[in-house]
Design a protein around this ligand. Sequence first.
Ligand code: ZN
Ligand code: ZN
Length: 357
Amino acid sequence: MISSEFVSRRKLVTADLARRRLDLLLVSKLVNIRYLTGFTGSNALLLQSPDGAVLYTDGRYRVQAAEETECTVKVVQGSLIPRVAKSLPRGRLGFEAAHLTFDAYRTLKAHLPSKVAAMPVEGLVEEHRMVKSEAEIETMRRSAALAWNAFEQTLQHVRPGIRELDLAAELDYRMRRLGAESPAFETIVASGVRSALPHASPTAKALGNGEILLIDMGAFLEGYASDMTRTIFLGAARPKAKRLYRAVLEAQRAALEAVREGTAAKSVDRAARRVLRTAGLERAFVHSTGHGLGLEIHESPRVARKVGIQLKAGMAITVEPGVYLQGFGGIRIEDTIVVNRGGCEILTPASKELIEL
Ligand code: ZN
Ligand code: ZN
């Protein structure tokens, strides 16, 4: 990411401070610090004011911080909060209510100069993170392509007898070989009746002939997540499984078609749900249709029933309807997409035709 990108992000956040009648913002969530500065270390605080940004970290990150960010860096011995608190000018300080522990808050209060008021702030940086820049979208495109490549390479080795755990390890290994920093979340490999668990962890169970195989995976590449699910069949799919697959695929298509700038996130969810209701499967669809993603695998906006947010061009979300029948199995189909004016760009480069291995 080029440094002008960080400068413009910090400008937008600073403009928000004035709107919220704050003088300063203490950013404690590391991924938000990364978003605003480029710094990727594991211990930092960022103090953002109209005069500029100051990054506080410890001695382990002296060199890294200087390389990664053009902000002023202060290297602190011991805990960061008392040091930041001491340096505060008078005024209203916003802190990230969802990302400051109670302990940290207590320390902050104990060290605040008397003319500083600490005010909780919700979702300020996260709101900006929802809409991706062209550079971020390009990174996510590559992240999605990388995960798909790993999936395709691994598919050639899938056969009955392989354990879910080994398949998950193979997918993770391929992603890393292709340049990922790590998987974006614990890779899900669920076979047979276990595919009815929407968030199954892979086990020592071996894949069986005729079974459903659900794989949900994604990569972190240069900080950015991708997320995809494909459900395939080991051998010929049973008629009931084929029927479920077609219904989920149709629900996913309907949801994708509903996506465009200005549409409410909940109407995308509704589009998927309507198809599954017609197929008599509404109650088997036990989660929401999708979620935002970017520097985190789950971020705003949620694509769910009661979400009032309107989609904007540049938002990156997943579309992932699924049906889960206990004792039978589950089907989910998921793509990572980016909203644009007339619709969306699907970043997952993969075919969704029914695959029988
Ligand atoms: Zn997923
Ligand atoms: Zn997802």
